[in-house]
Design a protein around this ligand. Structure first.
Ligand SMILES: Cc1cc2nc3c(=O)[nH]c(=O)nc-3n(C[C@H](O)[C@H](O)[C@H](O)COP(=O)(O)OP(=O)(O)OC[C@H]3O[C@@H](n4cnc5c(N)ncnc54)[C@H](O)[C@@H]3O)c2cc1C
Length: 329
């Protein structure tokens, strides 16, 4: 078996049911490469490991561990926790990075509890000091940046999808090893069947999207919320919403951005008719560039916006769409 570098960072990579890797994997590997040598772990059904290993190497992992088990199709989370435990024993990493996805959070929590490791969740970056890997958090709605570190052992860190811009160079000849995993037999929810949800739209998925256009109560109705979708399509962006827009039935809850919705860290976040309540800001304040359009010049969203337009969105947004389309033509 391979000798792993002393500065190894173990990266558990989510693998989608299709066998593909989520877009946020590039940032996860990029974060690891910034503080050590990424050693990626892919846990897949039998026969799917090789393709996933090549894909993660292309994103910058020089070492890949492959755990193939059909248990991934019959039980939730535990097969990945078992594989992570085996990989951590083998690699002895300085830190373990996991996506802050629904499954990633579940795996990270269980693994940390099982191994009595420190757990840092929803981080927006990682760094290193003399004593080890440090997790960088954005808390209280993005009002404060806080660093957290473990007093002993390798911390388990879940990284917010889309939050890390750094990318590692692709590796042409990775070292790929098969990982032997002993099943723990721990209680797990079993999967009887699953049906792939049909993607009704060609828009990017909200989590991990590079651009997001969100609408709030200012849109006024479900019919008028279409304007948010039109601007999103003109920009190639995902569609988000405030809770008020969700509660009013303009759009399903899956689009809600904020404390009780999805956290996003896109390059561009456009807020239309959103006041900028702290609970909304909690889910979008780490966006790189924030653009707000609101008719109230005192709306709190302008406190965090990089660009703001004080005006009626029903006047401004159609002009904006026309300008984007004219530029493209
Ligand atoms: C425990 C808890 C959790 C919460 N979680 C979330 C969460 O996850 N996400 C979230 O978003 N909220 C959350 N909220 C709700 C949050 O407090 C706000 O109520 C909500 O974000 C407000 O949504 P809004 O900005 O769309 O609506 P409003 O606050 O009503 O703002 C509407 C804005 O639209 C502007 N506007 C109106 N018409 C126009 C127009 N024609 N042109 C331009 N601008 C216009 C107005 O000036 C106003 O600023 C939570 C609240 C609690 C208590």
């Amino acid at each position: 078996m391979t000798d792993f570098p002393a500065d190894s960072i173990l990266v558990l990579v989510d693998v989608l049911p299709s066998g593909a890797l989520p877009k946020s994997t590039a940032g996860l590997v990029g974060a690891a490469a910034g503080v050590g040598t990424p050693v990626a772990l892919v846990v897949t059904a039998a026969g799917e490991g090789a393709a996933a290993a090549e894909a993660v190497a292309a994103l910058g992992a020089p070492f890949v561990l492959v755990a193939e088990t059909d248990a991934v199709s019959s039980s939730l989370t535990v097969p990945a926790v078992d594989a992570l435990a085996a990989a951590a024993d083998l690699v002895r990493p300085d830190a373990i990075l996991v996506s802050n996805s629904i499954e990633g959070r579940d795996v990270a929590g269980r693994f940390a509890a099982r191994t009595r490791s420190a757990l840092c969740v929803d981080v927006v970056g990682v760094s290193r000091d003399d004593e080890g890997v440090v997790a960088n958090h954005s808390v209280y709605g993005g009002s404060y940046n806080v660093d957290a570190a473990a007093t002993w052992g390798a911390p388990v860190i879940t990284v917010r999808q889309g939050a890390v811009e750094a990318r590692a160079d692709g590796v042409a000849s990775p070292t790929i090893d098969t990982l032997t995993v002993t099943e723990s037999g721990k209680a797990a929810a079993s999967i009887d069947s699953f049906a792939e949800a049909t993607q009704a739209s060609t828009r990017p998925e909200l989590r991990g999207a590079g651009k997001v256009v969100s609408g709030g109560r200012g849109l006024g109705s479900q019919e008028k919320f279409v304007l948010v979708e039109q601007l999103a399509d003109a920009l190639g962006a995902a569609v988000g919403a405030s809770r008020a827009a969700v509660d009013a039935g303009y759009i399903p809850q899956t689009a809600q951005v904020g404390q009780t919705g999805v956290s996003v860290s896109p390059q561009l976040y456009v807020a239309l008719g959103i006041s900028g309540a702290i609970q909304h800001r909690a889910g979008m304040q780490t966006a790189k560039t924030i653009v707000a359009i609101n008719k109230d010049a005192d709306a709190p969203i302008f406190e965090i916006a990089d660009f703001g337009v004080v005006g009626d969105l029903f006047t401004v947004v159609p002009q904006l769409i026309a300008a984007i389309e004219a530029k493209r033509a």
